[in-house]
Design a protein around this ligand. Structure first.
Ligand code: GLU
Ligand code: ZN
Length: 488
């Protein structure tokens, strides 16, 4: 970025307003913030913008902290970590914003506006009727002392409004280039409500200055608030060379090319976690969503992201979220796990599904089957279905599968399999394979899918299972035989 050569510490912040679970767009922003800070050896600051306490709850804040930790996006300053410019929850900084709002009033950068909501709405209606852009019309800009006193005596409580001078705001966005905002489209804006509580524009700008933020990488939806934030910097006495550098990240779109939302895709990161996506897969996928390492690799580790991340490589056009691709990456990451790590990550899914209570012997059973399912799943949530046949003596065959083995051919397959398996002394997957193949494929002339499908359902209770012969070996001869008998 433009001022990378200036030797001042790079400070990047992620500043969500958690009004719900963090979503894909938030996390991509957090990831890029983190990567930029790590790439430059700077600081990654995590700030919670919770001045709107009706929408931002403690529960969502805790969830946001948890999500960032789960993803491995450790912050240098912020909640639970502290830092030299805290507190990092805006709700604990209200006195700071009040003080600045007062300073702006004292200096004439801001003024008291007594217009009521109804009056403002009525005037906007008139503007719309006259085909003018609706916005504050400056009515209270230059109120006389008498006029103010009159409003006060009527019991009106004023908001604090920032004066937007005539002219325009220029700034260079590190992704979008030179941008100009004409102030005729940026009306005087409210900094603080009548009760003194700050609005987003005041709190965000004051904090970015006080926390010495040097780079603001954030979603494109916030682009239009930038000239207002720059106005606050000016009023705070910050000179242009000390303004943070802005980089507005393009939107993440859904499959249908409209902005990703609950309507056209899963947006909540908590959903991905519950669905069995690994944090490293989410980070890998989101890293490539709008950023390129310079080649067409699809596998990026956090280490590589840290080494390679530059804002120049962020794409300026919107990125399209592709669930299939994320699933493919997730499958790759699952295959890259050691068995012990795979076990650790899979266990909560198996326990939550009520399949095991978590004893050591149960864990050992799960561990024994993991190597043969590692190749076959894309999400950890598929593990319970794959391991459940190993627990309990018998299996309940689901109705869909039951229908599949009710025909005469299947019954014949099961009877002949039983006869072939009962005499087996060496219960290994190799000999099970050979025994069944001889009778079902060679003797009966069946297609493997049909022949082994029936055995699979009898033994595992479902047509989805790990490889059949290995599964039977793990299950043990006695249980396998009993289950085939039960199915017959
Ligand atoms: N708190 C704002 C939001 O979640 C973002 C602030 C910023 O990045 O400038 O929309
Ligand atoms: Zn007014």
């Amino acid at each position: 970025m433009a001022n990378d050569s200036i030797k001042k510490e790079i400070r990047v912040r992620f500043a969500p307003s958690p009004t719900g679970d963090l979503h894909v767009g938030n996390i991509r922003t957090a990831l890029f913030d983190w990567a930029y800070a790590r790439h430059t050896g700077g600081k990654f600051i995590f700030r919670i913008e919770d001045t709107d306490r009706e929408r931002v709850t403690d529960q969502y804040i805790a969830a946001a902290i948890d999500t960032l930790r789960w993803l491995g996006l450790e912050w240098d300053e912020g909640p639970e970590v502290g830092g030299p410019y805290g507190p990092y929850l805006q709700s604990q900084r209200l006195d700071i914003y009040a003080k600045w709002a007062q300073t702006f009033l004292d200096n004439g950068d801001a003024y008291r506006c007594y217009c009521s909501t109804e009056e403002l709405e009525a005037r906007r209606e008139t503007q719309r009727a006259a085909n003018l852009a609706p916005g504050y019309d400056g009515k209270c800009r230059n109120l006389s002392a008498e006029a103010s006193a009159k409003y006060e005596s009527e019991g009106r409580k004023p908001v604090t409004r920032m004066r937007m001078p005539d002219g325009e705001t220029h700034f260079n966005d590190a992704i979008r280039g030179d941008l100009v905002f004409e102030h005729k489209f940026v009306p005087d804006f409210v900094l603080a409500r009548a009760d003194g509580s700050p609005l987003y524009t005041l709190a965000v700008a004051v904090d970015d200055v006080l926390m010495k933020v040097t780079h603001i990488l954030r979603g494109e939806d916030l682009l239009s608030s930038t000239p207002r934030q720059i106005r606050v910097y000016q009023a705070m006495g910050v000179t242009p060379e000390d303004y943070p550098i802005f980089a507005h990240l393009p939107f993440v779109m859904g499959q249908d090319n409209t902005k990703l939302s609950k309507r056209n895709g899963e947006v909540s990161i908590a959903w991905y976690r519950d669905a069995g996506f690994l944090p490293e897969a989410i980070c890998n996928y989101l890293a490539l969503l709008g950023w390129s390492p310079g080649d067409d690799r699809e596998n990026v580790t956090m280490q590589e992201l840290t080494e390679l991340f530059t804002v120049e490589r962020v794409n300026s056009s919107p990125a399209r979220f592709d669930m299939k691709k994320l699933e493919a990456i997730n499958g790759d990451k699952i295959r890259a796990l050691t068995i012990d790590d795979f076990l650790l990550r899979a266990l909560p899914f198996v326990t939550n599904a009520g399949i095991i209570s978590g004893t050591d012997s149960e864990k050992a059973v799960i561990k024994s089957v993991l190597p043969i399912i590692q190749e076959r799943i894309a999400k950890l949530s598929e593990v319970p279905q794959m391991v459940k046949f190993l627990f309990g003596e018998s299996v309940v065959i689901d109705s869909e599968s039951k229908a599949k083995i009710s025909d005469d051919v299947s019954k014949d397959v099961l009877r002949k399999s039983l006869a072939a398996l009962e005499p087996l002394t060496n219960w290994s997957h190799g000999s099970i394979d050979a025994a069944l193949r001889a009778v079902l494929i060679e003797e009966m002339g069946l297609k493997p899918r049909i022949a082994f499908g029936a055995v699979r359902i009898a033994v595992t209770g479902s047509h989805i299972s790990p490889p059949l012969f290995e599964s039977m070996e793990l299950l043990g001869k006695e249980r396998a035989i009993t289950r085939i008998k039960n199915a017959i």
